[in-house]
Design a protein around this ligand. Structure first.
Ligand code: GN1
Ligand code: MG
Length: 365
């Protein structure tokens, strides 16, 4: 059934009691798991208002109501702090639910915020602001009771478990792809110990759990229309207990890569050290005071670890026939994996330099 039709979207908006005439919609292509649409309504006074309608991927999020419960609690906590910043506003149905379930799946709706987002950006002020926004987000939740949160995707950033899944799927090889990706597999397995440093340090009791965002791609920060001021951190589906290195490392592997995440030019992938510096500056200006020495010492390696984790996930999904990440063509996940591997290799070459930068900004913060 085609769920990307004006009729279906208009029906969903109706359930959320949106007033006015459904005018038009467009699908937003950024996310790799959920489907997102901007819908435009004409109100009685002739003005237009837009909303974001999202169909949650229930293959990825098996308990979508728990996802919404988490978001409710987290946004409420942030709103109560009256930072004067934007907050995500989810609409309710007549039954006071923040979701609608129909034949197409699980829907939610939130206000559209006129804004600009970046997939890749060389403006260091923007990067610093993004670092600041993710650091601030974590600080706003530093007094939030983590035991109230569901673990929406168990073991989400457990890199060891991600490796275990890859290894077990290599053995099954359901789509007969393994032979063709031997080089990628061999490299990922050869760096397994280093890729799991962050996960191991946590399991050995050396790192505290915090409430983290867990999906800190720079396009999850909305900037104002000029593109300079960070307005709000979005995509709260994976807010869960986690490690500071998960947020820092994930942000760097996305924002500081010289090419986009799914670039076919993987030989051009690598870490842009200016972006690394600017993001570290912003992030640590917010968080340094609260971080332990162990946490600080794992930030640089966390970038390598998160790049390997994502490479493992993309490659695993490719081996399974891509049931998880949205793909635009058959080899898309393999291309993504190769790009993360090339980035990770370059990070290894810069690891000492990255560590020094982290230490210097941590000392300033
Ligand atoms: C997914 O859909 P999106 O872009 O928000 C994924 C992240 C990955 C990212 C890679 C729930 O995020 O973990 O880092 O793709 N989200 C989930 O681009 O798996
Ligand atoms: Mg996400």
């Amino acid at each position: 059934m085609n769920c990307s039709t004006p009729e279906e979207l208009s029906r969903v908006c109706d359930e959320f009691c949106i007033k006015g005439r459904f005018d038009s919609f467009e699908e937003m292509k950024q996310g790799n798991v959920n489907r997102t649409y901007k819908v435009n309504f004409e109100r009685e006074d002739g003005s237009f208002k837009s909303y974001m309608v999202q169909r949650l991927n229930t293959y990825v999020f098996e308990h979508p109501i728990q996802v919404m419960d988490n978001i409710d609690l987290v946004t409420e906590h942030i709103r109560a702090k009256n930072t004067g910043k934007h907050a995500l506003h989810f609409h309710h149905t007549k039954e006071r639910n923040t979701y609608v379930i129909d034949e197409c799946g699980f829907w939610r709706l939130f206000n559209f915020i006129p804004s600009k987002t970046y997939d890749i950006c060389s403006d260091l002020n923007v990067i610093r602001s993004a670092g600041n926004a993710f650091g601030e987000f974590q600080m706003l939740l530093s007094d939030f009771d983590a035991s109230l949160l569901y673990e929406t995707i168990p073991h989400f950033h457990d890199t060891e478990k991600r490796y275990e899944s890859l290894i077990s799927d290599i053995e099954k090889d359901p789509c007969l792809k393994v032979q063709s990706v031997k080089e990628e597999i061999d490299w990922l397995l050869s760096v397994k110990d280093q890729a799991c440093v962050l996960t191991r340090a946590y399991k050995d009791g050396k790192l505290p759990l915090r409430v983290t965002h867990n999906d800190t791609k720079i396009n999850n920060v909305l900037f104002d229309k000029d593109g300079t001021e960070a307005l709000v951190v979005i995509d709260l589906d994976t807010v869960m207990p986690g490690l500071v290195g998960n947020d820092f490392g994930d942000a760097i592997r996305f924002a500081a890569n010289k090419v986009v995440e799914d670039s076919e030019d993987s030989d051009k992938a690598g870490i842009n050290m200016d972006v690394f510096k600017a993001f570290s500056d912003g992030f640590l200006s917010q968080t340094a005071k609260t971080l332990t020495a162990n946490e600080i010492s794992t930030l640089a390696i966390s970038c390598f670890d998160m790049s390997c984790e994502l490479a493992t996930r993309f490659l695993d999904d490719y081996i399974l026939g891509s049931p998880y990440f949205k793909i635009k063509y058959a080899e898309h996940n393999l291309v993504r994996a190769r790009c993360q591997i090339a980035l990770a290799k370059d990070m290894l070459r810069h690891l000492d330099e990255m560590n020094d930068i982290v230490l210097s900004y941590a000392a300033k913060g």
